[in-house]
Design a protein around this ligand. Structure first.
Ligand SMILES: [Zn+2]
Length: 278
């Protein structure tokens, strides 16, 4: 796995990060060296990129093929009324937010889906997945496992007819740990059901505060991966959000799983795929 630790920090002596010095000596340098990937800068990704910029991240690989519309303004952090009127690209909203806090940040921004330009994503150490579909999550996790990257997935949904029920999840899937299939989050049945619904899923409900809670939790996991400030060294996590109860708890599905039992991503599937000569 790519190293995330550090020993020295150019920003360590400044006052700017003094309130997060509990993260440890060298934390800011490690954070500054970590390349983060965000393939999706909507309701979830916009929260995450904002927090990463505040924390001190300097290296970003971001993707989004969409522009700001009026219907995004209920949840897209950083977007302004004028962006909806002008049709500003979501990657430009994210760049503006990062640049306002980290003017020297290295931002590689692509106005397309990540699958069209997958190579830059492979240079990340941590990828945040804030996508709508199970298929999109599966593709991201596969790419992350192949290139030994940590994958942190967030998502929310609203169920229920008479009483709306807001649910969501934050999942960490790291090389060597349990994957989203082990954790019961991704199944062939869900992928098949989603494929059958394709084209008539409609616009799903999305609101800013569950995304904020989920994004904050995801960022917390990422900072812990880099600094190990909790001393937990997690290789996987499955946290369930109950928006009606306002809680985030460990999913009960993990309780009986052997943490070393993943068979979905064998070591032989690391690196570029090798094709037989034609
Ligand atoms: Zn697995």
């Amino acid at each position: 796995m790519k190293p995330l630790s550090a020993t020295t920090a150019p920003a360590e002596n400044s006052n700017r990060y003094s309130r997060q010095s509990f993260l440890g000596t060298g934390a800011e340098a490690a954070i500054a060296r970590c390349t983060v990937g965000l393939p999706g800068l909507g309701g979830g990704g916009s929260h995450i990129v904002q927090q990463l910029a505040h924390i001190g991240f300097q290296r970003y690989v971001i993707y989004d093929d969409d522009v700001v519309e009026e219907s995004n303004l209920n949840r897209l952090v950083g977007a302004r009324l004028a962006d909806a009127a002008a049709g500003t690209r979501k990657i430009d909203v994210a760049k503006r937010m990062i640049r306002g806090l980290q003017p020297d940040a290295e931002i590689r921004a692509f106005p397309c889906r990540w699958q069209k330009r997958p190579e830059p994503l492979r240079e990340c150490q941590i990828v945040f997945g804030c996508v709508d579909s199970y298929l999109g999550r599966s593709e991201l996790e596969i790419a992350c496992r192949r290139y030994l990257m940590h994958y942190i997935d967030i998502g929310m949904d609203v169920h229920g007819l008479e009483t709306p029920v807001i649910g969501g999840q934050v999942i960490l899937s790291s090389p060597g740990g349990l994957c989203m299939r082990c954790m019961g989050f991704l199944t062939d049945e869900q992928l098949a059901q989603e494929a059958a619904r394709y084209g008539n899923a409609g616009a799903r409900p999305q609101v800013v505060w569950p995304n904020g809670a989920l994004a904050s939790t995801a960022v917390g996991l990422a900072v812990d991966l880099i600094t190990n400030w909790t001393r937990r060294r997690r290789l996987h996590a499955y946290l369930s959000y109950d928006g009606n109860a306002a809680t985030i708890k460990d999913s009960i599905t993990l309780r009986n799983l052997d943490p070393n039992s993943c068979t979905h991503f064998p070591a032989s599937q690391v690196g570029d795929p090798v094709f037989a000569e034609l």
